[in-house]
Design a protein around this ligand. Structure first.
Ligand SMILES: Cc1ncc(COP(=O)(O)O)c(C=O)c1O
Length: 457
């Protein structure tokens, strides 16, 4: 039986650690005051906000980042899981330096587009590819392709999953637990303002790891004349900590979607290139009809991709769907992507990531056992997290029931104050890079040990 964590102790340690972080980030504080004059909220994206001020970064090198106050930290945030190659990788730098004097944007296809499409096709086993500039563009276009291919409007997603910031998928993500509705018939809830209700109503969410609930909802929607065009999902969920698919779940989803003539989209914006050479599709051996990529694809430059079957991508080829974009296939991004795929994210790189992830998971589990903490570590490829819950998290409901926001915040402060950079507000979610070493992993585990020791003192 795990110990229950003393809430007063969390509050006491949070006050100490907050004061410490405030003291060591005074330059960020000053920059925030300046930034707010003309940069809305002082940041480029609301996901970069933080109270009382964001940590402004100056530079990164391999597995490390430095903030504007000169604090050096191992980077486990890695640009929201994009920098699996590590910062300023020399191979990618050389490819960018070679491309720049040749011109960086023409609005025309270049040879690297062809090579990157070939390389992705070999990794994912899907024959046809197109490029975008971000994960949101990839999921937006993939959904449009599915809608055009099926002639239907309804979109099915997993409750709690994030697929980018366009209207159709800004539905049923993080909500108050009591609004979620009944499991067989979850409510469609807008994620933030400015999303038309008509669009919200077209998106239906079902629980992760429950193929039966998915099929029953599909059948009810079909009876109502609202059969979905697609199911868009992460094969392993990456935004509620890390939730792996239960054995047989993905196979069942594949069978159900095929049986009902619904396009299956694996959103691999986070998993793609990060958990295996061919992402979740490769790792779990279940091939969707469409796949979406972004984040790690460009090795630090904006990029995205959609891969699909010949049959479905025909709606792009015959111009039924306008899959377009001024910067799609940008030569600089494509040069970086090519170098990354050919020379950085190699089989050896994935073996190294697996070694590191085994080490960090084992290290965190050992700390949990040593201090009898309520939690467990989970990892896959370069991704993982510690979840502070005694129950296994399998979907949004189990996640929401077990969420300990205060403890997650304290863990983040401990990391920041001891040389470990993490994504704020996440349950100890990490992304490793190929430049991380055992030393980086051991530093992470040592901080976690210190947190556990102080919590249970
Ligand atoms: C699974 C998933 N899909 C799509 C997106 C959107 O990507 P972007 O922020 O590049 O638009 C994200 C971003 O975090 C994501 O995690």
């Amino acid at each position: 039986m795990a110990i229950s964590i003393n809430r007063e102790r969390i509050a006491e340690l949070t006050a100490i650690e907050s004061a410490k972080l405030d003291a060591s980030t005074q330059r960020s504080k000053a920059m925030f005051a300046e930034a707010q004059k003309h940069l809305a909220g002082g940041v480029a994206s609301s996901y970069q906000s933080r109270d009382p001020w964001p940590i402004y970064i100056e530079r990164g090198d391999g597995p490390k980042v430095w903030d504007v106050d000169g604090n050096e930290r191992w980077d486990f945030h890695n640009g929201f899981g994009s920098m699996v190659q590590g910062h300023a990788h020399p191979v990618i730098g050389a490819a960018i330096a070679k491309r720049y004097p040749l011109g960086t944007h023409f609005g025309c296809a270049t040879e690297d587009d062809i090579v990157v499409a070939d390389l992705l096709s070999a990794r994912w086993g899907l024959p046809k590819w197109r490029f975008t500039n971000s994960g949101s563009e990839s999921t937006m276009d993939a959904i449009r392709i599915a809608r055009a291919y099926t002639g239907r409007d309804t979109v099915m997603k997993i409750f709690g999953s994030y697929h980018g910031h366009h209207d159709t998928v800004m539905v049923s993500i993080g909500v108050d637990y009591d609004q979620i509705g009944d499991r067989e018939n979850y409510s469609s809830l807008a994620y933030g303002g400015g999303i038309p209700q008509a669009t919200v109503d077209m998106t239906i969410a079902v629980p992760f790891n429950d193929a039966g609930a998915m099929e029953r909802r599909i059948e009810r929607l079909t009876a109502e004349g609202r059969k979905p065009a697609c199911v868009i999902m992460e094969a392993a969920m990456m935004n509620l900590g890390v939730i792996l698919p239960e054995p047989g779940y993905l196979e069942a989803v594949r069978e159900i979607t095929r049986k009902h003539g619904i396009v299956l989209i694996f959103d691999e914006v986070k998993t793609g290139l990060c958990i295996a050479p061919g992402g979740a599709t490769d790792k779990f051996g279940v091939t969707p009809d469409l796949v979406t990529l972004a984040k790690a694809l460009g090795g630090g430059l904006p990029s995205g991709a959609i891969g699909g079957t010949d049959e479905i991508m025909r709606v792009v080829e015959d111009h039924t769907v306008y899959q377009v974009g001024t910067y799609s296939g940008n030569p600089l991004s494509m040069a970086a992507a090519r170098a990354s795929l050919e020379d950085v994210l190699t089989d050896d790189a994935y073996a190294h990531l697996s070694h590191l992830n085994d080490r960090i998971v084992a290290g965190c589990d050992a700390v949990i056992a040593k201090y009898d903490l309520p939690g467990y570590a989970v990892g896959i490829g370069s991704k993982g997290c510690v979840t502070f819950s005694t129950e296994k998290i399998v979907d949004y409901e189990t996640y929401a029931a077990a969420q300990d926001g205060e403890l997650a915040d304290l863990a983040w402060l401990y990391n920041l104050n001891r040389g470990v950079f993490m994504t704020p507000g996440r349950e100890e979610e990490w992304t490793l890079s190929v430049t991380h070493t055992d030393e980086a992993i051991d530093a992470y585990v040592a901080v976690f040990d210190e947190l556990a020791r102080d919590l249970t003192a």
